[in-house]
Write a protein of this length. Structure first.
Length: 263
């Protein structure tokens, strides 16, 4: 099912999958499950999901597309919502009952979607920009290694399913895509995540200096900054050479110093 003659809106980052083969690959992960789709778009994936899923909750921000999808897809297992996904309540999204998120999301929402999945401990099949996936899977010490790499690898086991060439979308984007499966393996609390974010802003600095700058960014007192630097080991290695688990351990040491009660 593909909605014809809809003029994509650049403001929403709309680029619609036109190859049913890839929608079928994604939908295969929905069999018998309650599925959440972020951005129903032209409805190609939505229709495939409805064919195999127990229930589909699909969100579309574009009112024109929403009305057209409502008219065209007659499926008893579809709940269609018109609105900004990230502004919709957990109750309306039925998050307590969601088994998996399956979506072709606008590239501009990739980071926000990963954070949402992490916060809600949800597995997902997503079509993402190829370069974004490369950053998610980047190894320590490489150019692409970043906060996204650390948080993705701490929170999920990321598996590539298949590559999708740019010509399979309309309008044709400037980049290729990857369909990936994300399986939650841990949940990093918000305070630790905030420290990791601060640390990775200074990933090219030595660990000692990265800790100092990150602690200042976090508003820590001079005494606690000195304590955090003393707890950082090794001190002279570059931060971006630490593995995700080593970055986590460093962040947790800093967190314990931040929250240590004064005698």
């Amino acid at each position: 099912m593909q909605i014809p003659e809809h003029r994509p809106k650049k403001s929403l980052g709309q680029s619609f999958l036109i190859n049913e083969h890839y929608a079928e690959i994604e939908a295969a992960h929905a069999a018998g499950k309650t599925v959440l789709e972020i951005g129903a778009g032209s409805g190609m994936l939505t229709g495939k999901l409805c064919d195999v899923a127990k229930k589909v909750i699909a969100v579309e921000i574009d009112t024109t597309l929403y009305n057209e999808l409502k008219r065209r897809i007659k499926a008893d297992n579809l709940k269609l919502i018109n609105g900004d996904f990230f502004s919709i309540s957990a109750e309306d999204l039925e998050l307590k009952h969601i088994d998996i998120v399956i979506a072709n999301i606008p590239y501009s929402l990739s980071s926000k979607t990963i954070e949402f999945l992490s916060e809600n401990n949800l597995q997902a099949v997503l079509c993402l920009q190829k370069e974004f996936v490369e950053h998610m899977l980047a190894k320590p010490g490489t150019r692409n290694y970043s906060r996204l790499s650390v948080m993705s690898q701490l929170n999920f086991r990321v598996t590539k399913i298949t590559s999708v060439a740019r010509g399979n979308f309309r309008p044709v984007p400037k980049v290729d895509s990857e369909i990936v499966y994300l399986k939650p393996i841990a949940h990093i609390d918000s305070e630790t995540a905030k420290i990791i974010n601060a640390l990775m802003q200074y990933k090219k600095k030595t660990i000692k200096n990265a800790v100092a700058y990150a602690c200042k960014t976090l508003g820590m007192s001079d005494d606690k900054i000195k304590e955090a630097i003393a707890a950082a080991k090794p001190k002279e290695e570059r931060l971006f050479k630490l593995s995700p688990n080593e970055v986590l351990e460093l962040a947790e040491r800093i967190d314990s110093i931040v929250n240590k009660k004064q005698n």
